[in-house]
Design a protein around this ligand. Structure first.
Ligand SMILES: [Zn+2]
Ligand SMILES: [Zn+2]
Length: 257
């Protein structure tokens, strides 16, 4: 069974306490086949002002040194572009200058600046949910990404599955688009560390994606510190894990065989 993690934050992410060298040691100890380091690239004005952005040149140099020192582990050079759809031309011109192996696209914010990755202050009414999923659709339609990250992230601090039935047609459009564009669907299990006890997207959405012909996946701890790594890996759907193999495509995501 595959051991892989395509979404990990280390020292160039403002909110991470994990050192890449420690990550590599742990990944080897746990016999991981593949890991991707994916620092944040958050370019919205309200984020840049507080957290800044990493020097991509320095970051990739650090990863090149790490990869050279650890030939026995497959380490991918990645980036998680937050709200890519809000600044797609600028972000694309920025990242295309570098040789990233894997680019994650995520939606973190609503237009009113509500951050959906932390406990949410406003009520997520029907309109907010529609806006959230439409932003994800815009992301997968317009941005050059390898992976759609943490679809449904707003649920992390929910104690039960919310009513989002009215968004299912949009979610179907998202799946159709990622299948057409060969974008992998990320299975993010960070929710188990928060409140919502499920992988996102949830198993019934994973089934829908498979029924529609989706075959590309990644697995994601979304780790920001040492004890996040591998935590709840065993809660991933085991039948699915058994059928995932590293694809020989450029971004080396997982393929359902
Ligand atoms: Zn994220
Ligand atoms: Zn992340």
């Amino acid at each position: 069974m595959i051991r892989a993690d395509y979404h990990i934050h280390t020292e160039d992410s403002y909110d991470s306490r994990l050192k890449a060298v420690d990550l590599v040691t742990i990944a080897k100890k746990l016999s991981y086949d593949i890991i991707a380091i994916t620092e944040h690239l958050d370019l919205l004005p309200q984020e840049l002002g507080y957290f800044g952005a990493p020097s991509l040149f320095r970051y990739l140099k650090r990863l090149d040194n790490l990869i050279a020192a650890n030939p026995d582990l497959l380490i991918l050079k990645g980036i998680e572009i937050g709200d890519y759809q809000c600044h797609s031309d600028f972000a694309y011109r920025l990242v295309e200058q570098f040789d990233f192996d894997i680019i994650l696209g995520s939606v973190h914010f609503l237009k009113d600046h509500t951050n959906l990755a932390i406990p949410i202050k406003r009520k997520m009414d029907k309109a907010a949910l529609t806006e959230y999923y439409l932003s994800n659709l815009e992301l997968v339609e317009n941005c050059k990404i390898d992976v759609l990250a943490h679809l449904g992230v707003y649920k992390r601090f929910y104690s039960a599955f919310p009513d989002e039935k009215h968004c299912v047609p949009i979610i179907r459009d998202i799946f159709r688009t990622i299948i057409d564009r060969e974008i992998a669907l990320e299975l993010n299990y960070a929710c188990f560390r928060k409140v919502y006890q499920s992988v996102i997207p949830e198993p019934f959405y994973i089934d829908l994606y498979l029924q529609m012909g989706g075959r590309l996946f990644t697995l994601a701890s979304d780790a920001h510190q040492e004890d996040h790594l591998h935590d709840h890996y065993d809660d991933l759907p085991v039948d699915l894990l058994k059928r995932l193999k590293i694809s020989d495509r450029k971004s080396r995501v997982l393929e359902y065989i």
